[in-house]
Write a new protein. Structure first.
Length: 248
């Protein structure tokens, strides 16, 4: 189904029947994508006083308890509450869900034993665009990202000045295929998170970071229409499902 959308007085046509889902689902399997030293998610039939919430176990319904951590177990969207004492809720601060997004691809480079995303790489990839939402795909880009166990692996991350560039570009919603925009072990400095939300200045309460996405190679770099679907958890982060649409 094709529809026309209007953004900043410009009209675009998209086909709603051709979504490009760039989320990673949460499963109860041991190979569920994982980070931050926690166990895999759990999805188990509820058990109470002889009741087992499973049809194969004799119940009339499947009635499962689910335990997971949004930061560790799949695609999630977070607000500044992730790093603030106030523990703000992404459900309260994310009030719009449709954006023009720019998909770019970068190759992290080695610096001081780490793989990092630099300001120069981002400037070259973004060019003259000034997107509201920026989707970063990192190379190499393989399907192993869907099941990777990131704990203790020191994944790539974004340098502080590169994140300042993203903020000053006007990006309100950043999406990336890594478990974090910061270094796995940085003594709690969180330089990229703080730079993005302007944590030591006028804090950008409505800005979000979405981590653990996966952008297939079939999605080429360029401008898309983004639907950022977020589960309504009152928490600093929530499982999310970002979906892209090509312009017709």
């Amino acid at each position: 189904m094709k529809t026309t959308i209007t953004h900043n007085a410009n009209q675009y046509q998209i086909n709603l029947s051709k979504p490009l889902d760039i989320s990673i689902p949460i499963t109860s399997k041991k190979d569920n994508v994982n980070a931050w030293y926690v166990d895999a998610p759990k999805m188990e039939p509820h058990r109470e006083k002889g009741f087992v919430g499973s049809i194969p176990a004799g119940s009339s319904t499947n009635f499962y308890d689910i335990s997971f951590n949004p930061h560790a177990h799949g695609t999630h969207t977070e607000c500044v509450g992730h790093i603030s004492k106030e523990h703000q809720s992404v459900n309260q601060y994310l009030k719009q869900f449709f954006f023009l997004a720019e998909v770019i691809t970068v190759t992290p480079i080695e610096q001081k034993g780490d793989l990092v995303i630099t300001k120069d790489e981002l400037e070259n990839a973004v060019g003259s665009k000034t997107p509201t939402a920026l989707v970063i795909r990192t190379l190499p880009n393989t399907a192993s990202k869907l099941k990777r166990q990131y704990s203790h692996t020191n994944p790539p991350y974004i340098l502080e000045d590169a994140m300042v560039f993203i903020r000053e570009l006007g990006v309100e919603h950043l999406l990336i295929d890594l478990p974090s925009v910061d270094k796995e072990r940085d003594n709690g400095e969180l330089l990229a998170h703080k730079a993005f939300w302007n944590f030591n200045g006028e804090v950008r309460l409505g800005a979000t970071i979405t981590e653990f996405i996966f952008v297939p190679d079939t999605v080429i770099d360029g401008t898309y229409f983004l639907n950022l679907q977020v589960a309504p958890f009152e928490n600093d982060a929530s499982p999310s499902r970002p979906v892209l649409y090509k312009f017709e």
